[in-house]
Design a protein around this ligand. Structure first.
Ligand code: NAD
Length: 262
């Protein structure tokens, strides 16, 4: 417990259940004194409400990022209830799971390519545009990405392309909002067992590769991701913007897994 986020209002987009990365971040934010709002999609409401209650989140807003009306209504609600916003966490991604397997070249359709980009990358740009006018200098935006943007990861396919767009968007947002004193960063988390990971064919092998090959020889701990989010959303992360920080037990530095000792 601490007060690094005391007096700060943070909107968290992307809590689906207790395994969500956004939930780990929300708990860390609440423990540091932040006032929180959650957005959720209808299908997840039953799971999200009790979690919100657990940490005293009163502002719960339905929001489907594919709809302009829904985004307008959600940010309108934040404007009406809070007026000002200090932090935003974007932990949202989606792709048809039929395309998260096998050949990227063969399995990627026009429709799902566009949809994955819309939900997983454009939604952060849209959220940043709507959040920025409510932010004073010191405001901070954080999104979640994965190594599949930089390296070819089996089955990650079109999500890797969307994450590359998300990371590039992070830099352009940082450039545009920097003069207003607003920072924008991405956390590249290692594989964590969530609903989203379940949609990736062989998602379990991503977990075990992390455990076996990462320098720390352990799974990425969601608490480490939440700690990084705290760093970026609070003044601890002052002067950091446009950055992609890896929180993955060091997995991203490994070029080739260690061979068994002779
Ligand atoms: P999750 O399934 O708990 O979260 C994904 C969220 O996206 C859900 O809350 C879902 O409701 C939301 N979402 C999907 N479509 C939406 C829409 N149209 N409108 C609004 N919200 C929508 O899984 P997670 O792993 O916690 O994912 C959070 C973020 O972390 C994602 O961007 C994911 O790509 C990223 N990430 C995950 C891992 C991992 O291994 N789990 C690793 C690195 C990055």
């Amino acid at each position: 417990k601490g007060d690094l986020m005391k007096g700060r209002r943070v909107l968290i987009m992307g809590v689906a259940n207790k395994n969500s990365i956004a939930w780990s971040i929300a708990q860390q934010m609440a423990a540091q004194g932040a006032e929180l709002a959650f957005t959720y999609i209808e299908a997840m409401e039953k799971r999200v409400r009790p979690l919100a209650k657990e940490i005293g989140v009163k502002l719960m807003i339905h929001c489907d990022v594919t709809s302009d009306e829904s985004m307008e209504a959600a940010f309108g609600k934040i404007r009406d209830e809070w007026g000002e916003l200090h932090g935003l966490v974007h932990a949202i991604a989606f792709s048809d799971k039929e395309e998260l397997k096998g050949s990227f070249v063969e399995n990627t359709s026009r429709e799902n390519f566009a949809r994955s980009m819309d939900i997983s990358a454009f939604s952060f740009v849209d959220a940043a545009r709507r959040a920025a006018p409510m932010m004073a200098p010191g405001g901070s935006l954080v999104t979640l990405t994965y190594l599949g943007s930089e390296r070819v990861i089996p089955s990650y396919n079109v999500m890797g392309v969307a994450k590359a767009a998300l990371e590039a968007s992070t830099r352009y947002i940082a450039r545009d909002l920097g003069p207003k004193g607003i920072r924008c960063n991405a956390i590249s988390a290692g594989a964590i067992k969530t609903l989203s990971l379940g949609g990736i064919s062989g998602g379990r092998s991503l977990l075990s590769a992390g455990r076996d090959w990462a320098p720390l020889r352990e799974d990425t701990d969601p608490a480490g991701v939440a700690g990084c989010a705290l760093y970026l959303l609070s003044d601890l992360g002052k002067s950091i913007t446009g950055e992609v920080l890896h929180v993955d037990a060091g997995f991203h530095i490994v070029g080739f897994p260690d061979q068994a000792e002779e």
